[in-house]
Design a binder for this molecule. Sequence first.
Ligand code: RAM
Length: 928
Amino acid sequence: MNYIAKKGVLKRVCLSILILFSLHHAGFSQAQNIPVNFRVDNLICEYKVNPIAVDVANPRLSWKLITPDRNIQQTAYEIRVGSNAVSLTKGKDILWTSGKVLSDQSVLVYYGGTMLQSRQKCYWQVRVWNNKNQVTPWSMVNFWKMGLLKPEDWTAKWIQNNYQSDTTGGPSPMFRKTFKLDHKIRAAHLYITAHGVFEAQINGKRVGNDYFTPGWTSYNKRIQYQVYDVTSMLQKGDNATGVTIGDGWYRGYTYNRKKNVYGKKLALLYQLEVVYTNGKRQLITSDKSWKVAYGPIRSSSFFDGEVYDSRKEKPGWTTPAFRDLTWDTVKTDETIKDNLIATAGPTVKKHEKFLPLKVFTTPEGDRVVDFGQNLVGWVQFKLKANAGDTMKLFHAEVLDQKGNFYTKNLRTAKQEITYVFKDDSVETFEPHFTFQGFRFLKVVGYKGPLDSTNLAAYAVYSDMAQTGHFSTSNPLINQLQHNIQWGQKGNFIDIPTDCPQRDERMGWTGDAQAFCRTATFNMDVAGFFTKWLKDLSADQHKDGAVPYVVPNVLDSVSAAASGWSDVATIAPWNIYLAYGDRQVLQQQYESMKAWVGYIQQHSRNYLWDTGNHFGDWLFYAGTNYEDGAALTDKNLIAQAFYAHSTQLLINAAKILGKNEDVQKYTQLLVNVKQAFQSEYVTPNGRMISGTQTSYVLALNFDLLPVNLRLSAAKRLVHNIEDYDEHITTGFLGTPYICHVLSRFGYTDIAYDLLMKESYPSWLYPVKNGATTIWERWDGIKPDKSFEDPEMNSFNHYAYGAIGDWMYRVIAGINTDESGPGFHKIIIAPHPGGKLTSAQAELETMYGKVKSAWSIDNGIFTLDVIVPPNTSAQIVLPAVTDQITESGLDINTEKEITGIQKVGDNEQLYVGSGTYHFVYTLKTYGKAN
Ligand code: RAM
C-alpha cells in the first residue's frame, strides 16, 4: 500500500472510531432502558449500501429491524439526514428529519427533505419504535451521494481517436493523460462512461472491479455513467490515468452479425473531480490534451473473444513517468448529446472461481480442460512459453457423443482467446471485453502442463446478492435448483439474456418474463429489473408495441409478440410483489398501459388474432402425429396473455389509485375473457387446443367460467397422464403448470411432473449431467445425439421457471399480495414427491424468511422464521392430531392466533420470530 492509500485508510478508520464513539455516547445518554436486543441495521438507499451515484430526486431508504423477540412490529420511525457524519450523531446540522412518523413502513421510505444537489453527500440514520414500547438507539450512520444531475455538471468532452482507423473487430484504443495535483487531497471521484466498454486505470492500478461498464442500455436514449471514489489512488504531485475501450454492445457484433448498432466510433467521457483539503476543487477531464494509441488488445468481441498480443503491451502507460511522445492526439466530439444517467442497477463483477476438474485428451486429439460447471465468464491463466508463441483457447459447453469438443451450437460465435507471449517469464492473463459460455476449454499451441496452479475459470455476472436458498432430501432436485441458479448467473449480465454463448445473447423478452419471478427468489434483482424496464420503456414503440428484445437491436417490425411483449406488465408486477416496490409500477405504468393499448388497437371485437407470435416456444414436439397434441394455437395464447396483461394493468392501477383506469380496464377484461371463451372454449369447457399449455393458461389467468374450471383442471390432468406424466409445455406454459395443478388440488401430479426423470422433464437434463438449464427439453436427445445446433443452448433459463413453484409451493414461502414484498408472509409447505425434507430461505427487504420441513416416521416438523415487522399466515398441511410449537400446544400460546381448521390443514397467524411446529402427518397425497 502506498503512503497516500495508507493515509486514506487511516482517515476512514479515525472517522469510524469517531462515529462509533459518538453513537455509543448518544445511545447511553438518551435512555438507560434501551433494549440491547432491539436495533436497526442494514441501511440501504435505492437498494444499495452507501451508493455514490444517486440521480433520483427523492431517494428511498430502507432498513431492517433486528431482534430475537417474537411479534415485533415497527410502530414508528424517525430518520435524520445531515451533511456531516459526526454532527449527525449529535443531532446537529440536520438537513432533514422525518420527525417521529407513526408508520410500520421500513422499506423504501422516501427522503422528504429539500432538493438535493449534484454531488451532495447525505449521511443518514434511523431509529424505530415497536409495539412493545421499545425504541432502538439511533442506527449506524450510512450515506448516499448524489450523482451529476444536470447536463451542465459535465465539463468533460467526449473524445475519440483522431487519425487512426477504428473499426469493429479492430484493436482497442488506449486513452491517456498525465496531470499534477497541487495540494493535499480530501476526496476524489471519477465520473466516467464510454461508447463501447471501458476499463480505467489511475497510477498503474485498475479503477474499481466492474466489468463491461457502462453496461448495456438503450444507448441512443440513455447511457449510464459510473462513479468511483478514487481518493486513495491519487497523490499530491504527478499522476497519470488511462482508459482502454472495447467494442462491447455499442458497436460490436450482435444478432446476425449486425454491427455498429449504436454508432461506429468508440468514445470516452471522463471527469475526475478532486477536492483538496483546503476546499479547492480541480477537474481532470477528457479533452484535446489526451493522447491515444493501440496496444495489446488487437480485437475484442463478446461473441468472438479477444486477441491479445502481449508484445504490444505498454508497461507503465498509466504512470506519470511513461513517455507518450509517439502517441496520437485525440479529437473531441461536441455533437454527442447523450442522455447520461447514473448507474442504478448492479454492475457486472467477477464471482466464483473454478479450478480444472480434469485435463484430458479427446478422441480427436484435443487437449481439453473440464471446469465441471457450465459457466459464463472467462479463463485466467498463468503460463510460461517462448516469446512470440501463440496460444489459442476455445470454449465449449459440452462434449459430443464420442467425447470430442463440441462448438457447433455456438453458431458463428467464436468464443476464442488468442494470446501471444511476450517473453519466457510466467505471464498472467485474463480477457477484458468479452465473456464466454463454457464448461470445457480446448488449449491449442501450448504444450506445457495445465493444472489448477495455472488455470482458473471465473464466473462473471451482475452483482446481485444471493437472497434465496432451496434444498430438499432429493439430490436430483437440488441439482435442478443449482442449474436454475447458474442459468440465472450466466444470463444476468447487465441485462437478462436468452443465452450467453452463441451469436445471440440478447434481452429476449419472453424468456425474461417466464423466469422473472423465479429470479426474485434466488437473487436480489430489484435494481437489475428496474434498470432494464426503463430500457423497455425507452425502446417501446410509439404505438405501444414492445420489441422482441430489449435493448432493441433488431429491426422495427420485430415487436409485439404475445408472451414476449407481456414482460412489460409481468416484470413490474413481479418486482412489486417481491420487493413491495410501488415506484416500479409508477415508473412502468404508461408502458404497461401502452402495451395493452397496442393489443386493443389490433383486436377486433376484443379478439386479438393477428400478428406474429412465437407461441408456446419449444414445447414438446414429439415424433409422431399423436404427440402433435402439444401444439397450442398461437392466437389462443395471444388472447390469454391479452387478458393477463389487462389484469396486471388493473392491479397496478388499483395500487396507484387510478380509479378510472381500474373501471375502464375491468370492463375491457370482461370482454376479453368473453371473446376468449366464445372463440376457444366449447360450452362444456373443452379447449380448441387440447394441450397442457392451453388449459394451464386458461386456468392460471382465470379465463374460464367458474363452473368449468374443475373439469378443465381434470382435463389437464388427463392430458398429463396421456403423456405418462411428462411435461409437454414450452416457454409460456411451463412457468404456471405446477401452480395450476396445486391450485386445483393436484399437487401430487405436479410432483409427478417434477420428479419425472425421462424426457421431456426437468430432471432429464439433470440425469444427463446438466449443470445449467437447457434451452430445449432434449438438448441432448435420449440417443445422446444433439438437437439442431442452430438452436441448442445449454444455458437458457426459461424452463428454470419451475424454481418459483419450488420456493412457493414445496417450501411454501410466499408473499400475500395485500402485503407485498413479504410484509405479509404466507408459509404453506406442501410435502410430496417422496421428499423427506425441504427447506428454503429468502432474504427479504425485512430480513430472513425461512420455511424448513421434514418428515420422520410420520412426524412432521416445520421450522419457520418470520422477520421483524412482518407477520405470517402459516398453513400446516395434513394435520391429524395436536400440534406443538417449541414443545407447547399451539392453543396455549398467546402469540399464535386465528387457529382454524381448513380441510385437512390447520391455519394460524403469527408475528415475527422463530417457530418450531411438530405433529403427526396424515398421509399426504399419493406421493407419500
Ligand atoms: C431464440 C431464443 C430465445 C427465444 C426466441 C424466440 O432466439 O431461443 O430464447 O425467446 O428465439
